[in-house]
Design a protein around this ligand. Structure first.
Ligand code: C2E
Ligand code: MG
Ligand code: MG
Ligand code: MG
Length: 278
C-alpha cells in the first residue's frame, strides 16, 4: 500500500489510471512542477548490521505525494521523468538533499553514516559531467566520498562502454562505493564482476522474500553471498521482512540488511528520531 511504501497519503488514483493516456499529460505537467518547486521529498531507509541491528547507513529513496494524485509510486514517476527529460534535475535534487542531510547528521556522530543514491541509466549518458556533478555536490555538502555510495543496476554495465567504466573508476578512486542493485535479476554475464569497479552486491528483495521458514528457496541468496565472498565484494540483502530471513542471513554470514523488518523508508524527521533512540 501507499502507507507501507513510506507515503502518508492513500492512493486516490489507481496505477492503471495514472498510466493511462488520459491522465498522463496532466501527471507529466504536475511532476514537472513538483520537481521545479522542490515538492518531491527524500526518504531514508536504514541499513543495518544483521547481528546487532545497528544502523550504519541508509538508502535515499525519492517520494512524490501529489496534492491531486496522492502518492505516486517512484517506479512510475521515475520512468516518466526519464521519458520527459526530468531525470537529471530529479537526480541532482535527491543527491544534494541526501548529502546535505547526512553530512549534518554526521556532525554529531563518532561513526559516520553512509548514504546510497540510486543512479538511473540516464545519468550515464554524459559520464564526465555526471562525475563532475557528484564531486560538486560532495564538496558543497562536505560529505566525505567514503560516506557516499551509488546504486546502479546491471543493465548499465551491459553495453560495456569504456566511458561508463572510466566514470565508475574515477568515482571509486575518490572513495565512493559502487553497488549493484537488484543483483541477480539482470541479464548480464558474471564476467563483469571481475573486471569492473564494483564494491557491493545488493541481493534483490525477490530472492529474500522467497526464503521459507525452513530456509527452502534459499539457494540463490546463498550463492550470491558466497559469490560476493569469493570475489571480496561487500554484500547486502534488501527486502528483509521476516525474522527467519534475518536468521538465514546471520547463519550465512551476510552482515548487512535493509527491509521492513526493521524499518520502512522514513522522512528526515522520522529518521532523526530513530537515530536519537539508538
Ligand atoms: P530499489 O532501489 O531497489 O529500492 C528498494 C525498494 O524496495 C524501495 O521501493 C523500498 O521502499 C522497497 N523496500 C525496502 N524494504 C522492503 C521490504 O522489506 N519489503 C518490500 N516489499 N519492499 C521493500 P521504492 O522506494 O518504492 O522504490 C522503488 C524503486 O524506484 C527503487 O528500487 C529504485 O529503483 C527506484 N528509485 C527510488 N528512488 C529513486 C531515485 O531517487 N532515483 C532513481 N533513479 N530511482 C529511484
Ligand atoms: Mg536501490
Ligand atoms: Mg533494489
Ligand atoms: Mg528495484
Amino acid at each position: 500500500s501507499a502507507k507501507k511504501q513510506g507515503g502518508n497519503k492513500v492512493i486516490v488514483y489507481s496505477e492503471k489510471l495514472l498510466e493511462s493516456n488520459i491522465e498522463r499529460p496532466k501527471l507529466e505537467a504536475r511532476l514537472r512542477k513538483a520537481i521545479e518547486n522542490g515538492k518531491v521529498e527524500v526518504y531514508y531507509q536504514p541499513k543495518l548490521t544483521v547481528d546487532l541491528g545497528k544502523i550504519f547507513g541508509m538508502e535515499a529513496l525519492v517520494r512524490w505525494n501529489d496534492e491531486e494524485f496522492g502518492f505516486v509510486s517512484p517506479e512510475l514517476f521515475i520512468s516518466i521523468a526519464e521519458d520527459i527529460g526530468l531525470i537529471h534535475p530529479l537526480w541532482e535534487f535527491v543527491m544534494k538533499e541526501a548529502c546535505l542531510q547526512v553530512s549534518k547528521w554526521n556532525l554529531n556522530r563518532s561513526e559516520p553514516l553512509s548514504v546510497s543514491v540510486n543512479f538511473s541509466a540516464h545519468q550515464f549518458q554524459e559520464p564526465c559531467s555526471m562525475v563532475e556533478k557528484v564531486k560538486e555536490v560532495l564538496s558543497e555538502s562536505q560529505l566525505s566520498p567514503s560516506n557516499f555510495e551509488i546504486e546502479i543496476t546491471e543493465s548499465i554495465l551491459l553495453n560495456n562502454s569504456t566511458e561508463i567504466v572510466q566514470s565508475l573508476k574515477s568515482l571509486q578512486s575518490m572513495g565512493i562505493a559502487i553497488s549493484i542493485d537488484d543483483f541477480g535479476t539482470g541479464y548480464s554475464s558474471l564476467n563483469y564482476l571481475k573486471n569492473l569497479p564494483i564494491n557491493t552486491l545488493k541481493i534483490d528483495k525477490s530472492f529474500i522474500q522467497d526464503i521459507h521458514e525452513d530456509y527452502a528457496n534459499s539457494e540463490i541468496p546463498e550463492a550470491i553471498i558466497n559469490l560476493a565472498r569469493s570475489l571480496h565484494l561487500n554484500v547486502i540483502a534488501e527486502g528483509v521482512e521476516k525474522e527467519h530471513q534475518r536468521d538465514f542471513l546471520l547463519s550465512k554470514n551476510c552482515t548487512q540488511m535493509q527491509g521492513y523488518l526493521f524499518s520502512k523508508p522514513l522522512n528526515s524527521e522520522e529518521f532523526e528520531r530513530l537515530l536519537q533512540r539508538e
